[in-house]
Design a protein around this ligand. Structure first.
Ligand code: TXE
Length: 533
């Protein structure tokens, strides 16, 4: 194929036509066109969602779960065409769309359909002394109402579908705004639930670009679940602040991998290559920095380079493809910029380092860099592409210091045969998830939370913590002892003051003996209280 580069329009909508054009980033072929939903239409969708949510919230968990399980079965039946659509819209290998999106999300759908009731069951609270005064407290989990989901292109099915499922199971309605780079995968999510018979307007998809996303933030939803860049995350948080709309921000990462001399180097090398280059490195939790202990660096790097050179780069539709196209020319340009900046500052390219000229589309060769330091863009900024910069360290303390020298804190991994060392190091790393002898994949474990610290955002998705983001924990308190006013109400008198000095002493000791000393004060208070009627 000629080496001419397709000037693939990165799917920016032409405002006058109000359309988004979705292209295949590997071939440049147009996939289709969708509407750039207007703010008025977004507001209308949110209103319809709010109406539909009134009945939806009254369904039981098992009734809601039945729709999710039906959608799950439909997705399984349509797995091949869905994988192909994901691959066509954003370039990843179709087989990887199955392994890293469809299979994990089918598991997640089953988990939340079958376990949300247990995770959200009412909880009695032990209220100590007050419990002895005929009172009881419990927490019930109320749905928030309408959830706005704004999702990215890198896992265009798994990320939004997981949040849609959790929000629905919690009793909310959802308005989803998929990335303008992968609108048809977003519409596919709507189609799955439509075929599953989900009641009208409980889930709506509003296609469009950032303007549609901004309209959703301002449309009066009860919470925004956002996954995307730090820059956009900050815009959304600022816009949401105007209406005090809570947000969960799943932003970028610059995830470090620490390889100690006592690690299984063959396994760690395979993990590094998969963790850095799966999805062409376009994963928020991909290995974007690798630190290897100096004593074994040479042999380890040799293994990594050998494995990287063996990777099969091709169109995502090919069964044997491991590295497909990146999502867009603009994304590839970021990678080129980081690699060129590194080389200009003395980095060594051990393999890759440039666009793969065998293809017209946005293909960048998987690249291993050494001789770098923390001043490079490739270390400081989120590259979000198929690069693996490798540095060395001597001591455990130095490894932790290097890992934490970043404005990001999403995930990290520690590789060692000494699990105590692994846990010790993990606790010192500033990241939402730290895996020991594992990498990247815990977003696929539905039971576990996902989210970061620092510029990687805040809030959680997945697991019980993710589900709790989608409900309002309401405290219900009952007082059965209503034969007389409470001791602490008006009127205030000297006996009142003495009584509560006694309570203060009781609370400081929390002893029944101290409480028994209060009895005469309590009786006196009750008597005086009765006399004042
Ligand atoms: O993200 P954007 P993009 C990072 C990664 C990548 C960069 C850009 O570093 O290079 O983000 O990717 C919607 N109000 N990640 O451009 O712009 C937009 O339409 C409301 C990491 O895709 O953040 C899309 O649906 N919404 C990330 C979504 O936000 C707005 C995965 C994400 O777009 C908006 C993807 C606005 N003002 C990119 N502007 C991860 N953590 O995995 C845009 N959007």
């Amino acid at each position: 194929m000629s080496a001419t580069v397709l000037t693939i329009n990165p799917k920016v909508s032409s405002a006058d036509s109000g359309e988004i054009i979705s292209y295949n980033p590997a071939t440049g072929a147009e996939i289709g066109r969708v509407q750039n939903t207007s703010p008025e239409e977004v507001a209308a969708a949110v209103n319809q969602a709010r109406l539909a949510q009134k009945a939806w919230r009254e369904l039981s968990f098992s009734e809601r779960g039945a729709f999710v399980l039906k959608a799950q079965k439909i997705l399984l039946a349509e797995m091949e065409q869905t994988a192909r659509l994901i691959s066509d819209e954003m370039g990843k290998p179709a087989s990887e769309a199955i392994s890293m999106e469809i299979a994990p999300i089918i598991d997640l759908m089953g988990f939340f359909a079958n376990n949300s009731a247990k995770m959200l069951r009412p909880e009695k609270i032990n209220i100590a002394l007050f419990g002895k005064l005929g009172r009881a407290s419990k927490i019930i989990y109320q749905p928030l109402g309408v959830i706005g989901v704004i999702s990215p292109w890198n896992y265009p099915l798994a990320i939004p579908l997981g949040e849609v499922v959790m929000a629905l199971m919690a009793g909310n309605a959802v308005v989803l705004k998929p990335s303008e780079l992968t609108p048809f995968v977003g519409l596919k999510i709507g189609e799955l639930f439509e075929k599953a018979g989900l009641p009208k307007d409980v889930l709506q998809i509003v296609t469009g670009d950032g303007r549609t996303g901004a309209a959703l933030v301002e449309a009066g939803v009860n919470k925004i679940m956002f996954t995307g860049s730090v820059a956009t995350g900050k815009k959304i948080a600022a816009a949401a602040a105007k209406t005090l709309t809570p947000v969960v921000l799943e932003l970028g990462g610059k995830d470090p991998m620490l390889v100690f001399a006592d690690a299984n180097l063959d396994v760690a090398a395979n993990a590094a290559v998969w963790g850095a280059f799966a999805n062409s490195g376009q994963t928020c939790a991909s290995v974007e920095r690798l630190y290897v202990q100096e004593s074994i660096a040479g042999q380890f790097i040799e293994k990594v380079v050998g494995l990287t050179k063996n990777l099969q780069q091709n169109y995502g539709s090919e069964e044997t493809t491991e590295i497909g196209s990146m999502v867009s020319e603009s994304q590839l340009a970021i990678v080129e910029n980081h690699v060129n900046d590194a080389v200009k500052n003395g980095a060594r390219v051990l393999t890759g380092g440039k666009r793969n000229a065998k293809f017209d589309g946005a293909f960048f060769e998987p690249t291993v860099l050494t001789n770098i330091n923390h001043s490079f863009k490739a270390i400081r900024e989120e590259t979000f592409g198929p690069t693996l910069p490798i540095m060395t360290f001597k001591t455990e303390a130095e490894a932790v210091e290097l890992a934490n020298d970043s404005e990001f804190g999403l995930t990290a991994s520690v590789w060692t045969s000494d699990l105590n060392k692994g846990k010790r190091v993990a606790r010192k790393i500033e990241a939402g998830t730290v895996t020991i002898n594992e990498v990247l994949y815990t977003h696929g474990i539905a039971q576990t939370p996902w989210g970061g610290v620092k510029q990687s955002g805040y809030g959680r998705t997945h697991g019980k913590l993710g589900l709790l983001e989608l409900v309002m924990p309401q405290h219900i308190h009952i007082n059965r002892f209503t034969v007389m006013p409470d001791l602490w109400w008006f009127d205030y008198s000297p006996s009142f003051g003495n009584l509560f000095r006694g309570f203060a002493r009781y609370f400081s000791k929390n002893s029944l003996a101290a409480l028994s000393l209060l009895t005469p004060h309590i009786l006196r208070r009750m008597r005086t209280r009765r006399a004042s009627k």
